[in-house]
Ligand binder design. Structure first.
Ligand SMILES: NC(=O)c1ccc[n+]([C@@H]2O[C@H](COP(=O)([O-])OP(=O)(O)OC[C@H]3O[C@@H](n4cnc5c(N)ncnc54)[C@H](O)[C@@H]3O)[C@@H](O)[C@H]2O)c1
Length: 368
């Protein structure tokens, strides 16, 4: 093996902790530097995770030891930070969403290709044991021909647990852009790209109260729709029903189901890596548990980055790609636009389904 890929994190907030731990699990990655617009936060993060350097963002971008920038800033800063990193000649792996707007997301894909660097993006949960087991079942014909799907993310919203929840209710936030990436990416990985969408939306409340952190008790304005119900035509004509909501106090409709001509597949939470996979075949009165025996069943945020770094060495395409994420941004924007305009929207973007992961790989290996 050659030298590990040098990684620099920009954005040292909540999720950066999970990345720092996971990066350490891969010998082909090395976390060499971290930066944040709030310098103290980067210094503290460097101390907590034993990262050698915590320079300014600009200094990180000129660091020759950093070949790949992991962009863990807030969604509203993703495009600016990723574009600056690409301009500095770095490969980029961004947290989701890749951007808040389809033309910006597509321009990052084009910019990375022109610069000859890689662009990857979360979520990478579709590479986890649960969703890869579902993918293998569909690809092997276990449900027959996929006909329909349901995808439900219904919650009261993140302000009870996130210390800085304002981003979730500001423009560019909302359940579609925050949680939609998990569901849309999972559907595209399982069934193929989205062809057209229609949606309706509303906001249950115009203000929310922050439940924890430095601004606990403060009221914040809700600038985005917080309940979006859509229909999507996916892959080979599969009709999916999707609800993304921060207006639901309790529900019995969760996650994803794929309805096939021969069986229904119950897909685990696409915001996790493992989970319970179940099948119920035509004519059966029972759900059957499918054994999930694959790598990446536990918290594995960062495997998309690890796969990208692996692919940089072998020259193959990486799975959590900019093209996939850009298509997902297009789908999410179309859902919001359709709800605003009251019309179906045909998608102009598309992408390849990411390659399935072989079932029997070790945790730190990404190819046969
Ligand atoms: N928190 C989670 O559980 C979670 C889970 C999965 C994905 N994500 C995604 O991870 C990203 C970060 O979320 P978070 O919860 O860690 O947010 P956070 O607010 O805790 O952290 C974001 C950090 O980015 C920094 N930042 C903002 N703009 C910057 C800029 N222009 N340059 C440099 N630093 C900048 C902030 O100072 C902050 O430290 C988001 O895209 C979110 O969707 C979060």
């Amino acid at each position: 093996m050659t030298e590990p890929v040098g990684v620099g994190i920009i954005g040292c907030g909540v999720i950066a902790n999970a990345y720092a731990i996971k990066i350490r699990a891969f010998p082909h990655l090395e976390l060499v530097s971290c930066a944040d617009v709030l310098h103290d936060r980067a210094s503290e993060f460097a101390r907590a995770h034993d990262v050698g350097r915590s320079p300014t963002v600009d200094e990180l971008l000129t660091d020759q030891d950093v070949s790949t920038v992991v962009n863990l800033t807030v969604p509203q800063a993703h495009v600016e930070v990723s574009a600056a990193a690409i301009a500095a000649g770095k490969s980029v792996y961004s947290e989701k969403p890749l951007g808040l707007e389809r033309t910006e997301a597509a321009s990052l894909v084009d910019g990375a290709a022109a610069a000859g660097v890689r662009l990857g993006c979360a979520p990478d949960t579709f590479m986890g044991a649960g969703l890869q087991t579902c993918r293998a079942l569909i690809d092997d014909g276990a449900i027959g021909k996929p006909v329909a799907a349901t995808a439900f993310m219904q919650s009261p919203g993140p302000e009870s647990w996130h210390p800085r929840p304002q981003i979730f209710y500001a423009l560019g936030g909302g359940p579609v852009f925050d949680m939609g990436p998990y569901y849309v990416t999972a559907l595209v990985s399982l069934l193929g790209p989205v062809k057209r969408v229609a949606a309706m939306s509303k906001s249950g409340r115009s203000e929310r109260v922050i439940g924890t952190g430095p601004d606990e008790g403060t009221t914040m304005a809700v600038e985005v729709p917080t309940h979006v119900a859509g229909v999507l035509e996916i892959g080979d004509g599969v009709v999916a029903t999707m609800i993304m909501s921060f207006d639901v106090q309790a529900t019995r409709h969760r996650w994803i189901e794929i309805q096939g001509t021969d069986a229904t597949l119950a897909v685990p939470d696409p915001n996790t890596f493992g989970g319970r996979v179940q099948l119920r075949r035509r004519g059966s009165n029972e759900w059957t548990d499918v054994i999930v025996e694959r790598p990446h069943a536990d918290q594995s945020r960062g495997i998309g980055l690890a796969d990208m770094a692996w692919a940089m060495r072998t020259g193959r395409a990486h799975r959590a790609s900019g093209e996939l994420a850009s298509h997902c941004v297009d789908v999410m924007q179309a859902l919001v636009e359709s709800a605003d305009d009251g019309r179906f929207i045909d998608l102009t973007s598309t992408c390849d389904r990411p390659a399935a992961l072989p079932a029997d790989l070790a945790e730190d290996v990404f190819d046969d």
